[in-house]
Design a protein around this ligand. Structure first.
Ligand SMILES: NC(=O)c1ccc[n+]([C@@H]2O[C@H](COP(=O)([O-])OP(=O)(O)OC[C@H]3O[C@@H](n4cnc5c(N)ncnc54)[C@H](OP(=O)(O)O)[C@@H]3O)[C@@H](O)[C@H]2O)c1
Length: 353
């Protein structure tokens, strides 16, 4: 097969690229905006990458993703699958314009390009958090005007609708990972956001508290819900599913790539405390906000964008994904606590026992 990909210089895309190289003999056309970064990535991959990967300089915020007429001509009629992963993964309200320019307009450009190239299939990587304020995550579109928590979610909901509106032009499938964390074998993660942004903020906070020589028994409270869960999926699980989808995904189908047994925020914070060797953290319910000290307010400001996700549990139906992997070597996710602790330890450079 000949495959076109966006977003391969990112956390998930890098893993998917390596996976497709190792497990298939597909030819890979890779759209990147930073050629030097892409060349470093390709050089780090094992095997005969030169004959398999062709880097194309582009930008999804541009018409035709910035490809020129010659490139378009060369690719037209030759693309079996167009994987669209490129996105801005940030939740801040101040970034609303950029989020829509990259995530929504960028997806429109990717869809138009795929249509122009007569790609047979279009795989859109969205997020399980298009669930917004709904109670239960279904493998169907959510209403386009449904209220979300932030412009990232909104841009993804609208992009999902947009992607399915191209159903007459090509086979469109949507993949919705929940929060992507490190590799379940090695802990390795090339990410600075979601769990990693949260852990970095706690690390910075610990350093500040330690430096200021405050009372070592003081406990600092993070707003959230200790009983609520956070839905983590290892990056290699998501990449395995996206890779196998090339031959198994159905048109017009949405796949929630989620964790059926997510860890509680209390357990996750305990694991982070262990890895950080910093016991002075606790979770309190959001209703207690008025009782925060100045230092605690500072801490909660640092992790404000994660607050909505720390205070609620989300349950997801992933039966389409279960069916997709049924009879393949990919096992339905069952991530033990030790694996999550290892992934968290890997971020802080803590060796396991
Ligand atoms: N991380 C998660 O927890 C998570 C969870 C659910 C869904 N997802 C979805 O999974 C996909 C990949 O996420 P990720 O975590 O791998 O993100 P990431 O590490 O931030 O990577 C984003 C990728 O998009 C590329 N990109 C951004 N703007 C671009 C532009 N204008 N033109 C071309 N390429 C552009 C980046 O290129 P540069 O290297 O040049 O910046 C990078 O390759 C996204 O669609 C995201 O919404 C992620």
């Amino acid at each position: 097969m000949t495959i076109f990909l966006t977003g391969t210089t990112g956390f998930l895309g890098g893993k998917l690229l390596a996976n497709l190289l190792q497990t298939t003999d597909h030819t890979l056309y890779v759209l990147v905006r930073d050629m030097a970064k892409a060349e470093r990535l390709v050089a780090s991959l094992p095997g005969n990458t030169e004959s398999r990967i062709r880097l194309l300089q582009g930008d999804i915020t541009k018409v035709n993703c910035g490809l020129d007429a010659m490139e378009i001509d060369e690719l037209t009629g030759n693309i079996d699958i167009f994987y669209h992963l490129a996105a801005l993964v940030k939740f801040d309200e101040e970034l609303r314009k950029e989020l829509f320019a990259i995530n929504y307009d960028g997806t429109k450009h990717a869809l138009e390009l795929a249509k122009l190239l007569s790609a047979k299939k279009f795989f859109y990587v969205s997020t399980a958090y298009t669930i917004g304020k709904h109670e239960y995550g279904v493998e169907k579109l959510y209403p386009i005007e449904a209220e979300g928590h932030n412009p990232y979610e909104e841009s993804k909901v609208k992009s999902e609708h947009l992607a399915f509106s191209y159903a007459d032009d090509m086979d469109v499938s949507i993949f919705r990972p929940s929060i992507i964390v490190g590799d379940s074998e090695t802990g390795e993660a090339d990410s600075e956001f979601t769990l990693y942004g949260f852990m970095r903020a706690l690390d910075v906070f610990k350093r500040r508290v330690t430096r200021s020589a405050t009372d070592p028994t003081t406990v600092y409270r993070v707003l959230g819900s200790k009983h609520a869960t956070s839905n983590f999926v290892p990056v290699n699980y998501v990449a395995d599913i996206l890779a196998i989808a090339a031959s198994r995904a159905e048109a017009g189908t949405i796949y929630n790539i989620t964790n059926p047994k997510p860890a509680s925020n209390y357990d996750i914070l305990t694991m982070i405390k262990n890895a950080l060797d910093f016991n002075q953290l606790a979770i309190i319910e959001e209703t207690d906000e008025g009782t925060l000290t100045v230092e605690e307010e500072r801490l909660n400001d640092m992790i404000r964008v994660f607050n909505d996700y720390l205070s609620r549990s989300f349950d997801f139906d992933d039966r389409n994904t279960q069916q997709l992997i049924d009879g393949t070597p990919i096992q339905h996710l069952d991530m033990p606590e030790e694996t999550l602790q290892m992934i968290i330890n890997a971020y802080f450079g803590v060796r396991g026992e």
